[in-house]
Design a protein around this ligand. Sequence first.
Ligand code: HEM
Ligand code: HEM
Length: 180
Amino acid sequence: MALKDTKARYGQVSRLLHWGIALLIIWQFLSAAAHFFFDETAIEAFFWPTHKPVGVLILLLMSVRVVWALVNMANRPSAVSLISRLGHFTLYAFLLAIPTVALLRQYGSGRSFEPFGIPLFSGFEGEKIQWMIDLGSLLHSTLGWILLAFIIGHIGMVFWHKYSTKGENVLPRMWGRDDK
Ligand code: HEM
Ligand code: HEM
């Protein structure tokens, strides 16, 4: 299979990014759910420390994915409808915005931040940057849970297209080789 996309299916790089990021997102929601439902339990102690570093990794991979999508723009499978195009665009927008507002909040707090031990912010003395903290607190978790609903919708639509007599099966574009 080709590295780059074609009109018939996504290539190896797009698939690796799609499925790799999907796995990280599942992990990310496990850690978010552990924080929300199992506060101060061993479950939270296990998952929650990974939330910030994995979130940064998702942002990094999403940035690569945006560049790769632009490189392949003229030569990837066409969206089956306007709704599907808008849905995919929304997933991109959420996956960039959610970690970005969290990083802004992290920066604004003035605390140092070292995801996977790599120094990203050194922190600063003095006043916190309140608008950054407020923006993150207003948007991060709300957009995060809305994203989960969009992802469930996305998976639902893939299977609707597969099993409905009206829809076109789009699964082979992203998974496996047998076409239609
Ligand atoms: C795509 C990446 C990310 C997703 C999908 C995501 C999702 C979520 C969700 C759904 C919550 C709500 C949990 C609750 O209600 O208790 C949450 C909370 C939180 N996240 Fe993330 N997150 C991501 C990246 C990040 C990053 C990069 C950071 C930090 C640099 C971060 C820091 C936090 C913090 C501190 C909270 C608890 C405070 C709050 O509810 O806003 N997250 N995240
Ligand atoms: C878990 C998080 C997931 C996210 C964030 C996500 C996101 C996306 C995005 C943005 C696209 C557009 C193509 C691209 O630019 O890469 C896409 C396509 C696709 N995804 Fe997902 N996806 C997820 C999970 C899944 C799962 C679990 C399935 C399988 C059931 C799936 C099946 C597909 C298929 C078949 C396409 C191609 C659709 C088409 O070309 O019309 N995705 N996905």
